[in-house]
Design a protein around this ligand. Structure first.
Ligand code: CP
Ligand code: NVA
Length: 306
């Protein structure tokens, strides 16, 4: 059966560990695997802006010997109401995998239901699982492991990063805390899926409103933009409610002395994170960004072997 990677629990804990081990191998020997030699193709579709995802997938696919067909979704017939299902069936005749950044997660489900090649979520409104593979790779590099470590995410608890960090982090055996203002808590369905995963791995998830309590002793602090793509004009006041959740030097001082700070980028300096923290010694955001390349190559290698 064709495997897809739409959300973090599409990989079992053992499978996630396999992909992360492969990511370390790929990083050590970037040109050792060329399964897409030919070249075989990967369709990479963007319905939203991107820097890291665009560059890392296009370069990663080239390094695997393949060709990336990178398109703005609005310029395809999807933008003129061709169905997602017809698109999935047709693209499967041209390419070996489909990578898609889009809005509603149901759109990815529709693509996966019709495609006969793997579909990879390059960010939806609900999940950003490729980012979290890179985040876990970065945590392993800097802290030696994931299992048993505590990770606190501060900010919009209902966005794609909060959801994927919870589900992906617990899959890796982490103790995940999501700290968000009232009205910005993670979706109950995602919390339920995360709790189910936690029972398998020994990890845990909790939602804590108080940002100070949430940060106390954390091994990993993470934040993300307060306004995700697509929310720019929703009229919600975010600055006031979110300011107490900013990762600044005071908040960092509450975390473990060896804590590392992650941010998927792009950062809004002075909002969710200060210059002093993102440019400071605890920040590993550039390794994290680099690891998008390695983790996604590993994911594609793994999916194409299935
Ligand atoms: N982190 C991330 O997905 O960045 P881009 O939006 O630049 O791809
Ligand atoms: N939550 C952010 C992540 C950007 C990579 C967004 O969806 O805009």
């Amino acid at each position: 059966m064709t495997r897809h990677f739409l959300r973090d629990d599409d990989l079992t804990p053992d499978e996630q560990a396999e992909v992360l081990a492969l990511a370390a191998e790929v990083k050590a020997a970037p040109f050792a695997n060329r399964p897409l030699e030919g070249p075989r193709g990967v369709g990479v579709i963007f319905d939203k802006n991107s820097t890291r995802t665009r560059f890392s997938f296009e370069m990663g696919i080239a390094q695997l010997g393949g060709h990336a067909v990178v398109v703005d979704g609005t310029t395809t017939q999807l933008g003129r109401d061709e169905t997602i299902e017809d698109t999935g069936r047709v693209l499967s005749r041209y390419v070996d995998a489909i990578v898609w950044r889009t809005f509603g997660h149901d759109r990815l489900d529709a693509m996966a239901s019709s495609a006969t090649v793997p579909v990879v979520n390059a960010l939806s409104d609900t999940f950003h699982p490729c980012q979290v593979l890179a985040d876990l790779q970065t945590i392993i590099e800097h802290r030696g492991r994931t299992a048993g470590l505590s990770m606190t995410y501060l900010g919009d608890g209902a966005n794609n990063m909060a959801h994927s960090l919870a589900l992906g982090g617990v899959t890796a055996g982490m103790h995940v805390t999501i700290s968000a203002p009232n009205g910005f808590e993670p979706a109950p369905e995602v919390v339920a899926a995360t709790e189910a995963r936690a029972r398998e791995t020994g990890g845990s998830v909790r939602v804590v409103t108080d940002p100070h309590k949430a940060a106390d002793g954390a091994d990993v602090l993470v934040t993300d933009t307060w306004t995700s793509m697509g929310q720019e004009t929703d009229g919600k006041d975010r600055h006031g409610p979110f300011l107490p959740y900013q990762i600044n030097e005071d908040l960092l001082a509450r975390a473990d002395a060896n804590a590392i700070v992650l941010h998927c980028l792009p950062a809004h300096r002075g909002e969710e994170i200060t210059d002093a923290v993102i440019d400071g010694p605890a920040s590993v955001v550039l390794d994290e960004a680099e690891n998008r390349l390695h983790a996604q190559k590993a994911l594609l290698l793994w999916l194409l072997r299935k």
